[in-house]
Design a protein around this ligand. Structure first.
Ligand code: NAP
Length: 247
């Protein structure tokens, strides 16, 4: 398998959100890649490790102490790639995407901000120092095209859009500081396309078949994008096909 060819042989990868639809597809693929020596997998729900390269530990994005402990569990190992593949759009009856202003509430905004924007920024705070020096490294977070302010023509989903816009701004800010310290360290946000997972399923009944990716397909596309990233791409938002999305 030729995945992750732009990284060191014996690469070490951390995946936050390894239990999700996209996260579990990435986990299988990365753990089976020949170049990868170790995978540190994190989520709240425990996962079935695809092989013995994988070590799992609990992490809750709403609890910084679990993020710090997760980073500490890596010890002195140098990471090549950190993937934050977590996020929510809805959760039970209490968190649902808003169709109109009347449905907007502080509860939704707060929950989506904490999981989609604050959590990944805290992961960056505790994990960036674990990345290998001098070689190409990548810190990539799943965002969404709907977080682009200039692309917003439909409205709706105010909390989700806003949390992803905040995520994009946080990652751009972090990318600037990181590239001053480590010019070969790339921080990006990625749009996976519409992917058939528990997150999207309530909203994809009218999505054309060729526009709805399986998690394996999305993983394929995004691994290619990650492999082709260059230092000058740091701070950007990229779609599954490698195209830059304007904020
Ligand atoms: N599916 C799509 O069409 C689509 C489109 C655009 C963008 N995205 C983005 O892609 C990402 C992954 O989505 P998905 O479709 O794979 O969703 P999913 O299947 O629902 O997976 C969500 C993941 O987020 C993790 N998570 C949620 N709350 C967490 C918390 N408090 N702490 C730690 N982890 C938490 C879950 O793990 P635990 O529950 O085990 O903690 C799970 O691993 C999201 O950021 C989403 O916005 C998806």
């Amino acid at each position: 398998m030729t995945d992750l060819v732009s990284f060191e042989d014996g690469a070490k990868v951390a995946i936050v959100g390894a239990s999700g639809g996209i996260g579990s597809a990435f986990l299988r693929r990365v753990a089976n890649a020949e170049r990868v020596a170790a995978v540190y997998a994190f989520s709240r729900r425990e996962i079935d490790a695809p092989n013995d390269k994988v070590r799992w530990q609990a992490l809750d994005l709403e609890d910084e102490s679990t993020i710090e402990r997760a980073a500490d569990s890596i010890g002195d190992d140098d990471l090549d790639l950190v993937l934050v593949l977590s996020g929510i759009l809805h959760q039970g009856d209490e968190v649902q995407p808003e169709r109109r202003l009347a449905e907007l509430g502080a509860g939704n905004l707060d929950k989506l901000f904490r999981i989609n924007a604050v959590g990944p920024a805290l992961v960056a705070k505790h994990f960036l120092g674990k990345l290998r020096r001098r070689k190409k490294t990548v810190f990539a977070v799943l965002s969404a095209r709907v977080g682009s302010i200039s692309d917003n023509r439909l409205g709706g989903w105010a909390s989700y859009r806003t949390s992803k816009a905040a995520l994009n701004q946080l990652m751009r800010t972090i990318a600037i500081e990181q590239s001053r310290r480590h010019p070969n360290s790339i921080v990006v946000t990625l749009h996976p396309g519409t992917v058939d997972t528990a997150l999207s399923r309530p909203f994809t009944s009218s999505t054309p078949e060729d526009k709805l990716f399986s998690p394996d397909q999305a993983t394929d596309y995004l691994l290619r994008v990650i492999d082709e990233l260059k230092p000058e791409d740091s701070g950007g938002l990229f779609a599954w096909d490698g195209a830059r999305i304007e904020y």
